[in-house]
Ligand binder design. Structure first.
Ligand code: GRG
Length: 298
């Protein structure tokens, strides 16, 4: 299949970003070697890197320097990787396969997986503290607060708590949406906004539009994730398929059915594109990422 310009853009960023992550993560030859090896195992060579790509695309919108967006994107991806490691542990989803490899606690052990998550989270904030991401210190501080809020009890960790509580329960559509806006949406929103904050300041109206875009895309990502979990196979996903149903978890598919879930994803997709209608060519990659997130097969 011929490669599109967007595919070439994505692959180039994914490859370059792999090098960024390699240089940021502590070497497995430095003590404590096993912890560092487990951190590298959990972060490197895996995943779609959707959140970093969103940060790079948002950075293009605001004319950000790539070296700055690298750091913002890495901070978000480290938080994401930590959440996957913890989510897979026996006390949470108890899964054995992630990104096509044994999960961290299977490859190492539970204590190592717990520490990997802890250390990745700390490293994310260390990056935001050590590197200049915006010449205005107030905006840099805003970025730190944004990532902290997106990760914490009123963001991703809170969404995960609701998720764990909802096993075997029937949630209403607004309750399901509330859970996913936090569990999945908050970090996707942080990726877009952190990427954008590395560049020129957007006026309030445009920042609100970008925020709206990130929320639509974040929710669409989850709706599509639910559809894929119900339809795709384990080899394609690189993680155990059909897990939500097996764990009696409420999803968009169990609540609405596959067809209506697909329609919901399409509506969120078109709303996301509408929010960018006033932007020009500089929003091209964000539009293409919205397409990818909704049309992806893995
Ligand atoms: C443990 C605090 C804590 C939070 C966990 C992210 C998360 C919250 C749980 C993961 C479980 C899950 C399947 C969530 C649904 C959407 C999602 C975040 C999928 C994984 O993200 P991808 O598809 O993964 O971007 P890759 O591997 O491509 O990076």
């Amino acid at each position: 299949m011929p490669e599109t310009i967007f595919q070439a853009w994505s692959v180039a960023h994914q490859n370059r970003f792999e090098g960024v992550l390699r240089s940021i993560l502590p070497s497995a030859e430095v003590a404590p070697e096993r912890l560092h090896a487990a951190m590298r195992y959990s972060v490197l060579e895996g995943g779609k890197r959707v959140r970093p790509l969103l940060a790079f695309a948002a950075g293009e919108l605001t004319g950000a320097e790539i070296s700055r967006v690298n750091i913002a994107a890495a901070a978000v991806e480290l938080i994401h990787a930590y959440s996957l490691v913890h989510d897979d542990m026996p006390c949470m989803d108890n899964d054995v396969l992630r990104r096509g490899k044994p999960t961290c606690h299977v490859q190492f052990d539970e204590a190592a997986a717990l520490l990997v998550g802890d250390a990745l989270q700390s490293l994310a904030f260390q990056l935001l503290g050590e590197h200049t991401l915006n010449a205005d210190p107030a905006r840099q501080l805003q970025m730190v607060k944004l990532l902290a809020a997106a990760s914490g009890s009123r963001g991703m960790a809170g969404g995960q708590a609701i998720d764990l509580d909802s096993v075997g329960k029937q949630l209403s559509l607004p309750e399901l949406e509330f859970m996913h806006i936090h569990k999945t949406g908050a970090l996707i929103r942080a990726a877009v906004l952190l990427g954008a904050h590395c560049g020129e300041r957007l006026d309030d109206a445009n920042l609100n539009l970008l925020d709206r875009f990130s929320k639509c895309v974040g929710l669409a990502f989850q709706v599509v994730d639910d559809v894929l979990d119900s339809e795709a196979d384990t080899a394609t996903l690189g993680k155990t398929a059909g897990k939500d149903a097996d764990h009696h978890k409420p999803t968009y598919v169990t609540l609405l059915g596959v067809q209506a879930a697909r329609i919901m994803a399409a509506e969120l997709h078109s709303e996301a594109l509408d929010t960018l209608a006033g932007f020009g060519e500089e929003a091209r990659r964000l539009r293409e990422l919205a397409d990818f997130i909704v049309l992806r097969k893995f």
